[in-house]
Design a protein around this ligand. Structure first.
Ligand SMILES: Nc1ncnc2c1ncn2[C@@H]1O[C@H](COP(=O)(O)OP(=O)(O)OP(=O)(O)O)[C@@H](O)[C@H]1O
Ligand SMILES: [Mg+2]
Length: 203
């Protein structure tokens, strides 16, 4: 039986499916699951209100300490999910970081359905296109501990199965296979898409 470190992290741009996938994975593994956004809200681990975005700003120091405490108190594996999760889990506890990726055109639909304002949608689309969460993960823990998972046009079960195979070393950890700019370009949509994101800044 493979010896795991304490924490399996799931990250990605808002709307990619972190909470859905993490909950399912935790159920299958009978592991604890911490949603960082939920934890911040329920335990009020915030510093200030960011008026522009109308969201609470998490106090990453407080969140890190609290997660460290939960990891110490918990037997077995803990799944931690959130879009800045790599900043709030001690690196020494990290087994692997899964970065969920979704085609920006699909992500746009998810975020619009949530009723996000145009500038918030586009800020997140830019982050997905620029691989923000991937770079955050790689710079925090190194590329050996990171694996991208493409969730596009796939069921939650299928995504969770892939994660389980990677955890069992039956599939390799892959980084760098997703390039949304190249995808958009090959489908002749890059100009329109980038224009749309730029225009939003004026709205
Ligand atoms: N293959 C898939 N994997 C994960 N989620 C999926 C998948 N296909 C569809 N979804 C859907 O994507 C939507 C967004 O999922 P979810 O709320 O879990 O995202 P999130 O990354 O946790 O977002 P946030 O960062 O805002 O918390 C949900 O409606 C979910 O059911
Ligand atoms: Mg979520």
């Amino acid at each position: 039986m493979k010896h795991f470190k304490k924490a399996v992290l799931i990250t990605g741009t808002p709307g990619v499916g972190k909470t859905t996938v993490a909950n399912k994975l935790a159920r299958l593994l009978k592991a604890e699951c911490i949603g960082v956004t939920e934890l911040v809200k329920t335990e009020n681990l915030v510093t200030e209100v960011d008026d522009d975005r109308q969201t609470l700003v998490a106090d990453t120091e407080k969140v890190l300490k609290r997660i460290e405490q939960i990891l110490d108190e918990t037997q077995g594996l803990v799944i931690v999910e959130g879009h800045y999760v790599v900043d709030v889990v001690p690196v020494k506890e990290v087994e692997i970081v899964f970065v969920l990726r979704r085609d920006p055109r699909e992500l746009e639909k998810v975020l619009q359905e949530r009723g996000y304002k145009k500038n918030k949608v586009n800020e997140n689309l830019s982050a997905e296109i620029l691989d923000s969460c991937l770079w955050d993960a790689v710079s925090a823990v190194g590329s050996d501990l990171v694996c991208e998972v493409n969730v596009n046009n796939r069921t939650v079960d299928d995504v969770v199965d892939e994660i389980l195979l990677v955890l069992n070393d039956e599939l390799p950890r892959v980084v760098g296979m997703i390039d949304w700019l190249a995808t958009l370009e090959s489908e002749g949509q890059i100009e329109d898409f980038l224009k749309k994101i730029d225009l939003s800044k004026e709205s």
